[in-house]
Design a protein around this ligand. Structure first.
Ligand SMILES: [Zn+2]
Length: 82
């Protein structure tokens, strides 16, 4: 499997109710659920979020909560708010 991130956009929420996006490490695929977003900027933030999951996927000493914490801090650091 190529070590590239594939991003797919979903236009319905039938299988991922409530989620804005998800990253599947086994296939290096992120799904962005468009109807669960409120704005274009919101969509870009989700793409960034799932892309960072891809970048961190080979870091063995991070669990899911660590990854979420890192991604959250990166998002807010952009605005000097942490
Ligand atoms: Zn996440």
């Amino acid at each position: 499997m190529p070590d590239k991130l594939q991003i797919d956009f979903k236009t319905s929420t039938r299988s991922l109710t409530g989620d804005r996006g998800v990253f599947y490490e086994a296939t290096n695929r992120a799904i962005i659920v468009l109807p669960n977003h409120e704005s274009y900027d919101d969509i870009l933030a989700t793409i960034q979020h799932e892309s960072i999951h891809f970048c961190l996927k080979d870091t063995d000493d991070l669990d899911d909560e660590h990854e979420e914490s890192i991604i959250w801090k990166m998002a807010w650091a952009e605005y000097d708010l942490i």
